[in-house]
Write a protein of this length. Structure first.
Length: 187
């Protein structure tokens, strides 16, 4: 392996013994050659997990449901925005399956969502540019999320021609900052 000067390492990072790229400020001698982000050593922002959900579905199964039930199935499961998004894609069935898996994962993340009246259209997966998919909730899903004090949901969707999978992680609202003490109260 070529040895870089300290100045070069500071500009471009460097490769450690294991081949992992260490960013600026993380020379390999401090971490045994492995990349380790600061957040692993010092948690600056606590992230309390409220719920986790995951699902996998066969794309062919969703394709059959669309063929057999058409618009009725689409209207019961997907919002207008989701339908437009999926239909605009080259492999529309895989995208419909990905959104299905995401909604199933979200229901699991919320706990017993079905028993609380949550419907598929209460949950909407939104795509905005190159950003990760976001979740928009309405109705009973929103009520359930508020009762669990969910502040954010991290969502990951993946698919190929055969399967689609999704994982949802619900994060709690950050605790309210303490009210600063202002001395003796006048009452």
């Amino acid at each position: 392996m070529t040895s870089l000067s300290a100045g070069a390492r500071e500009k471009v990072g460097c490769f450690g013994e294991r081949g992992a790229l260490a960013p600026r400020g993380f020379p390999p001698e401090n971490h045994g050659g492995a990349y380790a982000p600061r957040s692993l050593h010092k948690r600056e922002i606590p992230m309390d997990i409220v719920g986790i959900g995951t699902d996998i579905v066969e794309c062919l199964r969703i394709g059959r449901m669309i063929e057999q039930h058409g618009e009725l199935f689409l209207a019961r499961v997907y919002t207008e925005r989701e339908i437009r998004y999926c239909q605009a894609r080259k492999h529309a069935t895989a995208h419909f399956a990905g959104v299905w898996a995401a909604k199933e994962a979200l229901l699991k993340c919320l706990g017993d969502g079905w028993r609380r009246g949550v419907t598929f259209t209460d949950l909407e997966v939104r795509y905005e540019g190159k950003a990760p998919p976001r979740v928009h909730m309405a109705g009973a899903a929103k009520d359930r999320a508020m009762s669990l004090r969910i502040g954010d949901i991290m969502l990951s969707i993946a698919h190929c021609r055969a399967y689609a999978t999704a994982t949802a992680i619900a994060l709690a609202l950050p605790p309210a900052p303490p009210v600063p003490y202002m001395g003796d109260l006048p009452f």
